[in-house]
Ligand binder design. Structure first.
Ligand SMILES: [Zn+2]
Ligand SMILES: [Zn+2]
Length: 300
């Protein structure tokens, strides 16, 4: 079993980042790989370096992506694109949400993220200085998106079953008009169940193929965070991605889930809800009623 050890040999270690940066210069690497090598050369403890990086990636990109949405919420100009335009989250609501999300990150997710390196070491994830090609990153991330979406659809749908909803999922539905920060506002059990859809696919893929680099996992996690925050943003623009990629879910899709509560269970794509006839909203409901009536007529 390959372990995440000695990404950079000890002779390149440095006591400061700049010293490590200078030392790994001798390896003559492209910029990204040199930054990567510096990080590992500085820590000289690959588990700590990976765990800390995953945690930082999560915090920086989650809150970094939430910030523009918080600003948009206070600028009246953008109100025209707000999906539920009468429901602007108050600053107080947003700060309360932020405090809960931060608490969850530090108490529930930090230990899980820390164990990620250990799990990946067991399954042969590579953290080497040899990065995969752009094409490899793209197809692997695309595959993780498809698998996560399926996982999310079924588990989220199950979480809407009475007892599970009351015990677990109700917390996430506190906001019927969501906003970016609310993406990870959920019970710790829900974070674990749905979070498995994000970390599970890379682990299984790695176990089967032994062909996965940690940088691909970072790209995947960042894009998945963007998807989750944007889906909760509450804004639908003429340039939103689903206008160009009709199967992309986006904010419109998930906002309706929060608004109407039933339907639109998938995360990234629209196909599961379309095929299994679980689209949300009054129009989808009327269509379903109409089709059921037609079917009943035929049977008579
Ligand atoms: Zn739900
Ligand atoms: Zn949601």
């Amino acid at each position: 079993m390959e372990k995440l050890m000695h990404v950079v040999p000890p002779e390149y270690a440095g006591n400061t980042f700049s010293q490590a940066w200078q030392n790994v210069g001798a390896l003559d690497l492209p910029l990204m790989q040199r930054l990567w090598a510096t990080w590992y050369a500085y820590f000289q403890n690959d588990s700590l370096a990976t765990g800390l990086m995953i945690f930082c990636v999560h915090e920086i990109f989650y809150f970094g992506r939430c910030l523009p949405w918080m600003l948009i919420d206070v600028i009246p100009y953008f109100r025209r694109w707000k999906i539920q335009d009468q429901k602007i989250p108050s600053q107080r609501e947003q700060w309360a949400c932020l405090a809960t999300v931060l608490l969850t990150h530090f108490t529930v997710e930090l230990p899980q993220i820390w164990s990620f390196d250990w799990i990946c070491g067991m399954f042969g994830l590579s953290a080497s200085l040899e990065f995969p090609s752009f094409i490899t990153i793209c197809y692997q991330v695309a595959m993780f998106f498809i698998i996560e979406d399926a996982w999310h659809y079924w588990n989220h749908r199950a979480l809407h079953w009475g007892p599970l909803y009351r015990w677990i999922h109700k917390m996430h539905h506190k906001y019927s008009a969501p906003f970016g920060l609310a993406a990870e506002y959920a019970s710790p059990i829900e974070v674990m169940i749905l979070g498995l859809g994000t970390i599970g696919p890379p682990i299984v893929w790695c176990y089967i193929t032994k062909n996965l680099h940690l940088i691909t996992v970072y790209v995947w996690v960042i894009l998945r965070l963007f998807q989750a925050v944007d889906a909760h943003s509450g804004y639908e623009f003429p340039w939103s991605l689903h206008h160009f990629l009709p199967f992309w879910a986006g904010a419109e899709h998930h906002d309706e889930h929060h608004q109407f509560f039933i339907g639109n269970y998938a995360s990234s794509f629209r196909w599961w809800d379309y095929v299994l006839d679980t689209n949300a909203g009054p129009k989808a409901k009327a269509d379903r009623k109409f089709r059921a009536a037609q079917k009943a007529k035929k049977l008579q």
